[in-house]
Design a protein around this ligand. Structure first.
Ligand SMILES: [Fe+2]
Ligand SMILES: [Fe+2]
Length: 213
């Protein structure tokens, strides 16, 4: 891990915000799994259904960037910072894959991405300042909730949209890996039920609005 000053950290976060919301964030360089299959035989209605779901997933990835940046900002444990940075790069792949898929489906991203980023960044900072145990509990719970959400999408995505399905499946694997890492960290403690429910309600608000706006 390279030590950087506080002012540099804030510039890095701002840079991440701009690239996340307006594009051009670099990830791990993995190929977009959705590019393996062309979107050809979808009806307009199916395209609209897929695009709405992928817009929600893209908004989730905007939030994921902000969560990790927020968790990194005040974290002092270098192992945690290293893992958060690695995970954030994988989330950047998800962000780019879902963004490209929305374009292929002829739709647009959520107009509220800057809000999702701001809210999630605040949560990431709060989790980090609450200490290592809560930070890990928060990370694991977030990733497990995302995993459940993506499994739900595999049930409702049009059956012949194999391209979007490949993206969702690849994301699922990564999210499970992130949760697994947190749950197997020495300081991990599961979050209390009340906080888990609060996070679920917050996610529902984001899903509702990013589906439409
Ligand atoms: Fe993700
Ligand atoms: Fe993740």
């Amino acid at each position: 891990m390279i030590k950087i000053s506080n002012s540099d950290s804030i510039i890095c976060v701002f840079d991440n915000f701009l690239k996340t919301v307006f594009g051009n964030l670099s990830g791990t360089g993995r190929k977009n799994p959705g590019d393996q299959i062309e979107i050809t035989d979808l009806t307009n209605e199916e395209k609209k259904t897929s695009a709405n779901l992928m817009r929600v997933n893209h908004a989730g990835e905007v939030a994921a960037q902000a969560l990790y940046q927020g968790q990194i900002l005040f974290e002092r444990n270098s192992d945690m910072v290293d893992y958060f940075s690695k995970a954030a790069e994988e989330e950047a792949d998800h962000l780019n894959w879902t963004s490209s898929q929305i374009t292929k489906l002829g739709s647009r991203q959520s107009y509220l991405n800057f809000l999702w980023y701001g809210g999630a960044f605040f949560l990431g900072v709060s989790a980090s300042l609450s200490g290592e145990k809560k930070s890990l509990g928060f990370l694991a719970e977030t990733e497990r909730q995302v995993e459940k959400h993506l499994l739900g999408h595999l049930k409702v995505l049009p059956g012949n949209d194999k391209s979007s399905r490949l993206i969702v499946k690849a994301m699922l694997e990564d999210e499970a890996g992130h949760a697994h890492w947190a749950e197997n960290s020495k300081s991990y403690v599961k979050l209390p039920k009340l906080l888990q429910n609060f996070m679920q309600q917050g996610a529902k608000v984001m899903i509702f609005f990013s589906h439409k706006i």
